[in-house]
Design a binder for this molecule. Structure first.
Ligand SMILES: Cc1cc2nc3c(=O)[nH]c(=O)nc-3n(C[C@H](O)[C@H](O)[C@H](O)COP(=O)(O)OP(=O)(O)OC[C@H]3O[C@@H](n4cnc5c(N)ncnc54)[C@H](O)[C@@H]3O)c2cc1C
Length: 470
């Protein structure tokens, strides 16, 4: 019997039939990544239902030398949860670990397989909120969100997963369980293992449960759409809003071209302002205290002042939740609208916030010069210094452009980002998609430290090999 076959038999014997799926039809949906770019193979899908069962699976994997590919909702944008194509790895799904162990007003202890939307609903029932949200909330699990240090649209006010995790329970590569769920606000006993696991993409340990911070529920919200001359005006506006209120929850920018493409290709969308403007900002303010000044009043006052100072060209504040959602729909439809036009190389990048307005304009011009016919532009979370920088193929180019031309454009974008002191992955992680670029561009001392940590915590290389690091 091969190592894999022995391992499958051993997991069956120890954990029972339910923990092992070998029917290829049931495994199939979990072998391809969200974007359909990578196709993996796995002889079985292991699905333990408790921390002890995860520990048993990892111990058996170490014993039989079988690499494990941890998987939550399989929404990774970088092929992080797709098993290797040679069938040498085995899927370890956390989806049966889906219990909310405890829920209080200010924190929740949840198992790794809990879907983000489920946590949102449970917190809302208690009058609380888990303030991280993103487009994949109906599928992504809290374990996967922590393993990729996910962000989203509310990072400006509440931070990424790293800031919202109060404690981590995880199984390490030898099968030992590390329980850090007590949620201490202060703990200086040396290295912070929980923080090390956040963003480790399943390469250092299997996250089995998390203690997550909750905040009070939203009592009122207002969303504004603002016309701007350029991204610098956007950043100046954000700074002036932030100096007047601590309730700015989201601040997104997009160029006129992105808005025009959405209006052209997404049915039911409408231009929020009467005239065209070179750039646009979408701003959300919330209040958790019903007695506080309504967010719409605050926005009206602050945007009125900004208009008088010539910082903005025009603005409209949503008059209803439906209008607020319509503004957000425009922002969230940009990628879909671009897909309707043709292929695009997409980059999830960050540079220091103050450098972003200039980067957005200059990098786009440089890329368009180097790759004639392409259209380059950035949109997204200006306040986090994180944008989606897309390079659209010349008009008429087919899908082969992505294989032929896009890699050179991507290298150029990554070089420009690195020269600006930025990161080639601000949200989605490295996975297998950016692994070689990470090795090319990460400062050597940091890369060596990461390799040393991996070798120390996973000496047999059984946790998600080939992802993040070679
Ligand atoms: C439509 C859409 C919108 C998105 N928007 C955003 C966004 O705005 N911001 C953002 O940051 N990201 C975004 N993402 C990507 C985001 O990374 C994922 O949604 C999420 O973080 C991964 O959760 P998952 O449960 O699907 O994990 P998976 O995709 O299953 O796994 C992701 C990685 O984590 C590892 N992993 C999963 N579970 C565990 C565990 N329990 N222990 C250890 N390792 C584990 C996997 O091995 C893999 O490396 C988006 C994705 C989609 C499809």
């Amino acid at each position: 019997m091969s190592g894999q076959a022995e391992m499958i038999a051993a997991v069956r014997a120890e954990l029972g039939e339910r923990a092992v799926v070998t029917d290829p039809r049931e495994i199939e949906p979990w072998l391809t990544d969200w974007r359909g770019r990578w196709q993996g193979r796995s002889p079985a899908l292991l699905q333990p239902a408790s921390t002890e069962e995860v520990a048993a699976v990892v111990r058996l994997a170490a014993q039989h030398g079988v690499p494990l590919v941890p998987q939550g909702g399989n929404t990774s944008m970088v092929g992080g949860a797709t098993p290797p194509a040679d069938g040498g790895g085995m899927l370890l799904s956390l989806r049966r670990m889906n219990r909310i162990r405890a829920l209080a007003a200010d924190h929740a202890v949840v198992e790794a397989g809990v879907i983000l939307q489920t946590l949102h609903a449970a917190a809302a029932e208690r009058g609380a909120r888990f303030p991280l949200t993103l487009g994949s909330r109906g599928s992504a699990t809290v374990g996967g969100l922590a393993a990729t240090n996910a962000g989203g649209t509310q990072v400006l006010r509440f931070g990424t997963m790293r800031r919202l995790v109060l404690g981590v329970e995880a199984v390490l590569a030898d099968g030992s369980v590390c329980d850090g769920l007590s949620g201490l606000r202060k703990d200086n006993r040396g290295y912070d293992l929980g923080q090390l696991l956040i963003g480790s993409e399943g390469t250092l340990g299997i996250i089995t449960a998390l203690n997550l911070q909750l905040v009070p529920a939203v009592a009122a919200r207002a969303v504004a759409w603002v016309g701007l001359a350029d991204p610098q005006a956007g950043l100046d506006l954000l700074r002036s809003l932030q100096s007047a209120t601590d309730r700015v929850e989201a601040f997104e920018v997009l160029p006129e071209d992105s808005l025009a493409r959405v209006l052209e290709h997404i049915p039911g969308t409408r231009r929020p302002l009467a005239g065209a403007h070179p750039w646009h900002a979408l701003i959300e303010l919330t209040a958790s205290d019903a007695d506080a000044e309504p967010p719409a009043t605050t926005l009206e006052r602050l945007l009125g002042e900004a208009l008088e100072r010539g910082l903005i060209e025009d603005a409209i504040i949503s008059g209803s939740d439906a209008q607020a959602d319509a503004f957000w729909r425009i922002r969230e439809s940009i990628s879909e609208a671009e897909r309707a036009i043709g292929p695009a190389a997409q980059h999830d990048i960050s540079v220091p916030v103050d450098a972003m307005p200039r980067f957005m304009v200059e990098a786009a011009a440089q890329v368009e010069r180097a790759f004639p016919g392409t259209h380059a532009s950035g949109f997204g979370h200006l306040g986090d210094g994180n944008i989606h920088f897309h390079v659209r193929a010349p008009v008429g180019a087919g899908p082969e452009w992505l294989e032929r031309e896009a890699p050179a454009a991507t290298r150029m974008v990554h070089d420009l980002v690195t020269a600006a002191g930025g990161s080639i992955s601000a949200e989605h992680g490295i996975g297998q998609m950016k692994r070689d670029e990470l090795a090319r561009l990460l400062p050597p001392a940091r890369l060596a430290a990461m390799k040393a940590i991996k070798a120390a915590l996973d000496p047999k290389g059984i946790l998600n090999p080939g992802k993040l690091l070679d």
